[in-house]
Write a protein that binds this ligand. Structure first.
Ligand code: ADP
Length: 450
């Protein structure tokens, strides 16, 4: 049986999806905005459809337009990638209602997990420890609100239940600031996510960010593909990711793996997902679940040999495929550096024309990117240009391989964070794997301020 999939995304993940489809013999339809006519993956797609003007709201976030393209080209399924509509339960529901399979979990699961309070409650039911806090309704009486916050204990993290992408979060150091910061967070959450509900979490001072990749068959069976460490972050956005996360408490880790599987199996989870944790003093604290493919999925693929995107397609389309934990083996260590179009010091976006470039290669080097010499990086979308991934027998060798890959890699015409990666990979704290989620902003950047 032959299938046709519409890829409702752009950039490197659209190309990644096309590659997976080609290997599986699936035909592809790529949609693009008027400003994206020159995207590389459009050349490799069987069909292409322009879905609207450059603005994401009118194109990649425009559900009727995407569904019309799907109808026009008569696809079987829609692949959302990450970002845009990937975690929009309404989109998943409308795809299904229009007769297209949404490649991912069902709308109900996305809705539950997209609400961080519900996700925490479900995780707790599966025996997973969550960040201690307060997730009931915030009392209207300021004194009562202060009292519940005091119970959580300062410093506190105020979070929007609908938050995402590092937004909708605020640290409160002292009681005097509680009410004002809660009001600001609610207002921002209302504007950004259309939902002003907030909850409180204990602010974990110096954790690492550790996550578990899962894959479910939608019929009650799930497996895990190990851990990733994404502690190198700026403004809660990941910059370097690695697999596996090292130096974890073995007993706690085994418990987390079985709890993650139990949770996914209990909800008949379908497709790829990630459970994110903060890890401190041998404890895992669940923070959220992403019900989609993540940017950093290649590091897991490199140490397991398991193609996550192909698995997503096969499971969704009902192609012959069985997930089996006993067949997952881990080999060596992998790193990913996210190359962004931004100034390495001010972090200001740097769109424009790539006049010249050279891509890295060689043994154990993977390069996932949609850019090429002459390509104009538009200012309207995510600044991610390329992901360089290296795999080797040890973390130390993967770092050396990455440094060599970065030496080969150059982009001219626009600014990128290439030099930031070179400095980070030579940093003693990173080399010794001692960094926490605060290290980059609180220590590294201050050390390197000129
Ligand atoms: P998002 O959905 O926006 O990605 P997350 O809940 O996954 O938000 O949190 C993103 C990042 O924010 C984490 O990796 C961590 O750096 C930080 N963070 C979240 N919750 C806490 C907390 N309770 N204490 C300290 N840092 C936190």
């Amino acid at each position: 049986m032959s299938f046709k999939v519409l890829i409702a995304n752009r950039g490197e993940i659209a190309l990644r999806a096309i590659r997976a489809c080609k290997e599986l013999g699936i035909s592809t339809v790529s949609v693009y905005s008027e400003g994206d006519k020159d995207l590389k993956h459009l050349r490799f797609s069987d069909e292409t459809v322009c879905i609207g003007p450059t603005s994401p709201l009118e194109s990649y976030l425009n559900i009727p337009s995407i569904l019309s393209a799907a109808e026009l080209t008569q696809v079987d399924a829609i692949y959302p990638g990450y970002g845009f509509l990937a975690e929009d339960p309404d989109f998943a529901e409308m795809c299904q209602k229009s007769g297209f399979k949404f490649i991912g979990p069902d709308a109900k699961t996305i809705r539950k997990m997209g609400d961080k309070i519900t996700a925490k409650t479900l995780a707790e039911k599966a025996g997973i420890q969550t960040v201690p806090g307060y997730k009931d309704e915030i009392p209207e009486d300021p004194e009562k609100f202060k009292a519940v916050a005091r119970d959580v204990g300062y410093p506190i993290m105020i979070k929007a239940t609908a938050g995402g992408g590092g937004r909708g979060m605020r640290v409160v150091e002292k009681e005097e600031d509680l009410i004002t910061l809660a009001q600001i967070t609610m207002q921002e959450a209302k504007n950004a996510f259309g939902n002003e509900t907030i909850y409180l979490e204990k602010f974990i001072a110096n954790p690492r960010h550790v996550e578990v990749q899962v894959v479910g068959d939608g019929k009650g069976k799930a497996i895990h593909l190990g851990t990733r460490d994404c502690s190198m972050q700026r403004r809660h956005q990941k910059i370097i990711e690695e697999a596996p996360a090292l130096n974890l408490n073995e007993v706690a880790l085994e418990k987390i793996f079985s709890a993650c599987i139990k949770l996914c199996e209990s909800i008949n989870y379908e497709g790829a997902g990630t459970l994110e944790f903060l890890y401190e003093n041998d404890n895992f604290y669940f923070i959220e679940m992403n019900t989609r493919i993540q940017v950093e999925h290649p590091v897991t693929e490199m140490i397991t040999g398991f193609d996550i995107v192909k698995a997503q397609m096969r499971i969704a389309l009902g192609m012959k495929f069985e997930i089996d934990q006993s067949r997952i083996n881990f080999k060596g260590h992998a790193l990913e550096c996210r190359i962004n179009a931004e100034d390495p010091e001010t972090f200001q976006p740097s769109p424009g024309t790539i006049t010249k470039m050279h891509t890295p290669g060689g043994f154990g080097v993977r390069y996932d990117s949609h850019i090429y010499g002459g390509y104009i990086v538009p200012p309207y979308y995510d600044s991610l240009l390329a992901k360089i991934i290296t795999q080797a027998n040890s973390r130390e060798s993967a770092i050396k391989r990455m440094l060599s890959a970065l030496d080969e890699f150059f982009i001219e015409g626009i600014k990128t964070n290439h030099s930031l990666h070179q400095k980070l990979l030579r940093d003693e704290v990173f080399i010794n794997n001692k960094h926490t989620i605060n290290y980059l902003e609180n220590e590294f950047l201050k050390k390197h301020e000129s």
